[in-house]
Design a protein around this ligand. Structure first.
Ligand code: ADP
Ligand code: MG
Length: 292
């Protein structure tokens, strides 16, 4: 495309809340045949809320409150909002240690030196040979409904589990359907449990999905698609999407995303509307063909 066409394309994009950082993206976006989407905050609203909780030992709620107050994870604020209030905040003993465990959750120690864990199944599975059957059954039921399950445990038992719901964006399935009609194959990748992933993907109309994916694995997945000859666009919003964004042929950050995602991505969609993905590809096509 000519420099003028590029300028016009970038300008038109801005009018549609599509911010294009480099000319190259605008020139190749129309060739994309595969779109990889992150689940949380990209396909979903990114506003997780606890919808169910089950307690084996409610007296430990104070400790969970301290742990989640120390965490910046979006699930932590959802858990905090739903916690039963028993003790005044200034009477709860502070934590001694707090550590993030990448891909799994967090662990913390209070003054009695005992460790506590908060996170996903892989965190507690590495802790216990087998989960109690009641916990397992409950967790599976919640996952089949598309909920994310958070486990809270000490060194010898599960203290509580939470079902967290994060709804699909209202236009998600129509945007996915339009991508498919345009001959583009959508994939969904998420760190969430495969059963939760399955429910959300099917709700969005996405046939190809993968759960339990670590951030580095998202990038590897994209390299694999590229090795098969696919031209891949990655759409993400989080720190954990940065490597995948940097790997893809076209990188798109959702406007409400983290600064890191927006810094890495060559295109920023300043809207929550997933239809903007296809609009960006169309804009590229018009730019390259010189049609305005
Ligand atoms: P991501 O949230 O991007 O998948 P993380 O490594 O931050 O990656 O966390 C991995 C998983 O651990 C999360 O998906 C969540 O299930 C769990 N987790 C992490 N931090 C917390 C927390 N503070 N409270 C509850 N669960 C958490
Ligand atoms: Mg995310």
């Amino acid at each position: 495309a000519t420099p003028t066409a590029i300028m016009v394309g970038v300008g038109k994009g801005a009018e549609e809340n599509i911010l294009i950082k480099d000319a190259e993206s605008l020139e190749i976006a129309h060739r994309v045949d595969t779109v990889v989407l992150d689940k949380t905050g990209t396909l979903t609203e990114g506003q997780p809320a606890v919808v169910h909780q089950f307690w084996a030992d409610k007296s430990k709620a104070d400790i969970l409150e301290q742990i989640e107050k120390s965490s910046e994870h979006p699930l932590a604020s959802a858990v905090l909002k739903a916690l039963p209030k028993t003790t005044p905040a200034d009477e709860i003993p502070p934590l001694k240690t707090f550590e993030s465990l990448t891909g799994q959750g967090v662990r913390a120690q209070i003054q009695d030196q005992k460790w506590y864990w908060v996170g996903n199944l892989s965190l507690v599975a590495s802790q216990y040979q087998q989960l109690p059957e009641t916990v397992q059954t409950q967790a599976e039921q919640w996952q089949e409904l598309g909920h994310t399950v958070v486990y809270f445990a000490d060194d010898h038992q599960i203290l509580s589990i939470f079902a967290i719901q994060d709804q699909l964006k209202p236009q998600a399935s129509s945007a996915i359907s339009n991508l498919k009609k345009a001959g583009i194959t959508p994939y969904m990748l998420t760190g969430d449990h495969p059963t939760t992933a399955k429910h959300m993907a099917s709700q969005a109309g996405i046939d190809h999905y993968k759960g339990g994916v670590l951030p580095s694995e998202k990038a590897a997945f994209i390299r694999q698609l590229q090795a098969e000859g696919k031209i891949v666009a990655m759409v993400g919003d989080g720190i954990n999407d940065a490597e995948a964004l940097a790997t893809a042929d076209i990188s798109m950050a959702m406007g409400q995303g983290t600064d890191i995602a927006m810094e890495v991505a060559k295109i920023t969609l300043m809207t929550n509307d997933l239809h903007a993905i296809l609009r960006a590809f169309r804009l590229s096509k018009m730019t390259v063909r010189g049609i305005h």
